[in-house]
Design a binder for this molecule. Structure first.
Ligand SMILES: Nc1ncnc2c1ncn2[C@@H]1O[C@H](COP(=O)(O)OP(=O)(O)O)[C@@H](O)[C@H]1O
Ligand SMILES: [Mg+2]
Length: 345
């Protein structure tokens, strides 16, 4: 059991029918997540990220397929799944008039924790999520970043081994986002918590997640480390500039001998190639051009981003695909109750 993946999704599919129109939000989602992993689900708005999370957390039933989460079938044993996971939804939670520490204690009571255990846990979380200086403030007095950290603390009250976070950093300023991420990384470091989160910020997925699952139109279209996705699907963009058009023309043939990627002209005096091994190709190409008697006036290598990966996979950039800010989670009976789910609902 210890080696069993903490999430095993098999063919998860969700269709919504609204006013006789059917939307397939998620199609045939199949993947495993190992214990202790940090996985980012990256995709534009409407890709199906929240719907996937809501199936995995038993908030909505799949139309087809199933999953085992923390060792239990989401369809047959939803209460066992809920008791062992934390879930922080896309909307921020919290009863606004409650103080931070009381909010955590209520959450503990909700999970059936004895009061002393709840108090101990609340104080640990206040410490580790850096909520100490405002633990006696009411939730409505907190900033966006502080609220999001409280949300995460709420999701962690019962010390679940698996935490789902839906767009934890959306709407925060860059400083608060970096700070929130540091807390997420620390949690994982200190408690070995498996973290499965969604984001539409590609810089974040790139920088912090060790595994990135790229989702588009309800399907996972890539699943690997950010580094491998970038190397295999995008590659470094190398640009060489020359003094004359004739030199550029000649250079295409010289550089093309060094790579199986297509070397192309750009503008009148530049040559461009996108290659996974840019670090070595750049100096090799400059030497080969030199040897061929072609003077290189400029040479730059730009590493790819996950946006280049998304572009390579879909023909659109993530920013184009996402039109605007994220859609709010549609109001459903489950999401209307609270953004943080628990065991005894
Ligand atoms: N309860 C619902 N009823 C109808 N359509 C829904 C519902 N929830 C999500 N959808 C639709 O499913 C698609 C995926 O939505 P969602 O999972 O929220 O995407 P993401 O979280 O990636 O932005 C969207 O087209 C959305 O409008
Ligand atoms: Mg969403």
């Amino acid at each position: 059991m210890a080696n069993e993946p903490i999430i095993q999704a098999q063919g998860l599919t969700k269709r919504f029918t609204v006013k006789k129109k059917t939307v397939e939000a998620v199609t045939d989602l199949t993947f495993d997540v190992g214990r202790g992993d940090l996985v980012a689900f990256l995709g534009p708005n409407g890709a199906g990220k929240s719907t996937s999370l809501r199936m995995l957390t038993t908030l909505i039933p799949p139309t087809a397929g199933t999953a085992r989460v923390v060792g239990f079938d989401i369809l047959k044993r939803p209460a066992d799944v809920r008791a062992r996971i934390g879930y922080v939804g896309q909307l921020t939670s919290g009863s606004f008039a409650q103080r931070v520490r009381d909010e955590l204690l209520s959450q503990g009571a909700f999970y059936g924790m004895p009061r002393t255990a709840a108090a101990k846990r609340a104080d640990e979380l206040i410490e580790s999520l850096d909520l100490g200086s405002f633990s006696t403030r009411t939730v409505q007095q907190l900033s966006g970043g502080q609220k999001r950290r409280l949300d995460i603390a709420l999701g962690l009250m019962h010390a679940p081994p698996l935490l789902f976070l839906d767009e934890p950093s959306t709407g925060l300023d860059p400083q608060s986002r970096a700070n929130l991420w540091q807390h997420i990384l620390d949690l994982r470091e200190q408690h070995g918590t498996t973290v499965f989160l969604t984001t539409h910020y590609l810089e974040e997925a790139d920088r912090y997640a060790e595994r990135v699952m790229v989702m588009d139109k309800g399907r996972v279209i890539a699943d690997d480390t950010a580094a491998r996705l970038k190397a295999e699907l995008a590659g470094d963009v190398l640009t060489f500039g020359f003094a004359t058009e004739a030199d550029a023309e000649h250079a295409v043939a010289v550089v093309q001998r060094l790579t199986d990627r297509v070397v192309r002209r750009e503008g009148t005096d530049s040559v461009v190639v996108t290659a996974p091994d840019g670090d070595s190709l750049l100096p090799d190409a400059v030497r080969a051009l030199d040897a061929a008697g072609i003077r290189v006036a400029r040479a730059t290598g730009v590493p790819p981003t996950l946006d280049d990966v998304f572009l390579a996979l879909t023909g659109r950039t993530l920013r184009e695909a996402g039109e605007g800010e994220p859609v709010e989670e549609p109001e459903t009976p489950e999401s209307a109750q609270s953004a943080t789910t628990g065991a005894q609902r």
